[in-house]
Design a protein around this ligand. Structure first.
Ligand code: PMV
Length: 325
């Protein structure tokens, strides 16, 4: 049988209402629904082909050979669905700083879900792709779609997947990413979220708050109320980070420069420039703002951060197949 190669591109997403905790670690079922914005600037291209001559999966990331343990577990799901027993060649190019809190795993597993399922001869619907991507990394379930996306927690494999809230935004929104540190994070999201569930006394309050924040932000999005949306997103992120600081042992992803960037955003707001921050499992600060304010905000950020630490992104598309160069 000739070897068929498929290449998929998926963009990363940044959660405005965070997912922080699993109720089922094996199936990756989250404790709460989350909502994100897919970004145009950061993406992963992944090429997959199954080959009967291979003795194991082969995985290259940015042209470097990687350990295949985790990816083989994911590929086993694809093989089981397609009744295939051959291994695959997987080549990924990440246009996202790997493991820097920019959720590169989201774009990586969304691209892999599409490329691998196509290469295996499957025609999965977008909900099915979302379910499959979720098994690699929870946030990847949302990168199947563009724009605003909600991951509905569900209660089993079938009911936990993302749905689009608004794919093509007709809204002059952007996100400035302040890259504080490109190094790999010290505490993985997997370990961090488990620790807060087990030890933070505030975890039950988080679940209640996340539910309220989600319905409030969906209303703000619908009404195009930027200030309300930004305020809810910023406060939701701080509630997530408060869980980390209230865990035992407590931990934090903030670096001194993260706090400087957050304070600068607050200062800009006090001057009437509306912008809001969010942080994930890493020190980078993502600033939500209107397009019309982005150059003023960037100018101010440049007084403290180098030009190459500042990246501007807009709403991006969902996962799709691309032509191999
Ligand atoms: O999907 P993971 O395991 O990379 O976890 C993502 C967790 C956060 O980025 C902090 C929040 C989110 O909803 O994306």
């Amino acid at each position: 049988m000739p070897v068929k190669t498929f290449t998929a591109r998926a963009h990363t997403n940044i959660a405005l209402i965070k997912y922080w905790g699993k109720k089922n670690q094996d199936l990756i079922l989250p404790m709460n629904n989350s909502l994100s914005l897919t970004l145009d600037h950061f993406y992963t291209d992944t090429e997959v082909s199954f080959d009967q001559t291979l003795k194991q999966d082969s995985f290259y990331l940015n042209h470097e050979k990687q350990d295949t343990a985790k990816i083989t577990r994911f590929m086993d799901l694809v093989r089981a669905k397609a009744h295939l027993n051959s291994f695959a060649r997987i080549n990924s190019i990440n246009h996202v700083p790997t493991m820097a809190g920019l959720a590169s795993s989201a774009s990586a597993y969304a691209a892999l879900a599409l490329a691998a399922s196509k290469a295996a001869g499957l025609e999965l619907s977008r909900p099915d792709l979302s379910r499959l991507a979720r098994r690699g990394s929870g946030s990847a379930s949302r990168s199947i779609y563009g724009g605003f996306v909600e991951w509905q927690q569900g209660h089993d494999d079938q009911s936990s997947y993302a749905i689009p809230i608004e794919e093509d935004l007709n809204w002059d929104l952007c996100m400035i990413v302040v890259v504080i540190d490109k190094a790999k994070k010290k505490i993985s999201s997997r370990v961090g979220m488990q620790l807060v569930i087990e030890t933070s006394p505030f975890y039950p309050a988080w679940i209640k708050q996340a539910e309220q924040d989600l319905s409030a932000i969906k209303k703000a999005i619908k009404e195009r109320d930027f200030k309300k949306m930004g305020t809810i997103a910023e406060e939701n992120a701080m509630k997530m980070h408060a869980l980390n600081m209230s865990a035992s042992p407590h931990f934090s992803y903030f670096e001194p420069a993260s706090i400087e960037a957050m304070q600068l955003v607050e200062l800009l707001r006090s001057e009437g420039i509306y912008c809001y921050y969010t942080l994930d499992a890493g020190p980078n600060v993502k600033i939500l703002c209107s397009d019309k304010d982005s150059s003023r905000i960037l100018t101010r950020l440049r007084t403290r951060f180098a030009k190459n630490q500042l990246l501007l992104a807009h709403s991006g598309p969902g996962v799709r197949l691309i032509d191999k160069k």
